[in-house]
Write a protein that binds this ligand. Sequence first.
Ligand SMILES: Cc1cc2nc3c(=O)[nH]c(=O)nc-3n(C[C@H](O)[C@H](O)[C@H](O)COP(=O)(O)OP(=O)(O)OC[C@H]3O[C@@H](n4cnc5c(N)ncnc54)[C@H](O)[C@@H]3O)c2cc1C
Length: 296
Amino acid sequence: MQLVGPFSGLESFVRENEPLAPHTWYRIGGPAKWFVQPRSVEELKDAAIRCVENGIQIYVLGLGANLLVGDDGVNGAVFRLDADHWKTAEINGINVEVGAGADMQKLVLKTVRAGLAGVECLAGIPGTIGGGIRMNAGGKFGDLGAVVTRVTVMAADGTIFDRTKDDLVFDYRSTNISAPFILGATLELDEEDPDRIMKRTKEIWMYKRNTQPLNAKNCGCIFKNPRGLSAGALIDQAGLKGMVIGGAEVSTKHANFIIAHPGCKADDVMRLVKIIREKVWEKNQIHLESEVKVWA
Ligand SMILES: Cc1cc2nc3c(=O)[nH]c(=O)nc-3n(C[C@H](O)[C@H](O)[C@H](O)COP(=O)(O)OP(=O)(O)OC[C@H]3O[C@@H](n4cnc5c(N)ncnc54)[C@H](O)[C@@H]3O)c2cc1C
């Protein structure tokens, strides 16, 4: 369809009023005013510059596995790097050059089969490399940041540059990358017997399957663990496991997960988040900080 306005002429990769729910793990939330799926760096630059020129807020979406989109959606441009160009993963010795749109689970399998260890800690964590780097995805078995030696990023004005290991900081579910677009990265892995890495990968996957509600609609952990404590245990101790608001429920398997049942609204999840924060504060005087990114 012909677009008029800020993205006119870019209709081959920009859509207006795109529902975001199908693009997120939660499957809830409203539409994006603009939805941009560039197939090349040039298209990405073109659309980003249009955003800057027209004062349109930029959002970047991976697999939406750590995301809660509000029911009214997003009044801005949501970029998704899911064209083939962004999904490459090339192994050169112990280094892997990987695009931001590459699926973390596929990368785990590919590297394990190649006898390269270092990303098996991501087994069972849904997402793209871009989202994984932004969030420093991981857990008790390690995190993605530990193997990243270079990240290529793009500023909103289209300037592309590399951030290298010496100036990158990966912390608990965060990084010091401020550029809006992560385009790709180099990972440095370790050679190891593929069977041994596969065994470890399966153990990590089993651990996650046994402790997290992987088959229900959710967005991973809602809150960060505060000061070495477990947010899930604090929520459990406040007696909130199984609590239901509308279609949202505190998981009975892991209290730091909120499940979205059929008909659930983003607002149900947000109300439950507010109640959890209040109750945990009342009981322990601990403020729970969001891990999930909220676009509302
Ligand atoms: C069942 C389940 C289990 C989970 N378990 C874990 C776990 O054990 N450990 C863990 O760390 N996480 C976990 N998560 C959360 C999630 O998997 C990770 O945070 C993952 O890294 C999100 O990646 P994504 O591509 O889906 O990012 P999204 O959710 O789409 O986005 C997350 C953030 O990254 C930004 N982003 C995404 N792509 C780019 C890009 N190319 N450039 C710039 N910014 C970008 C977004 O703007 C947003 O701020 C879990 C989620 C689920 C649903």
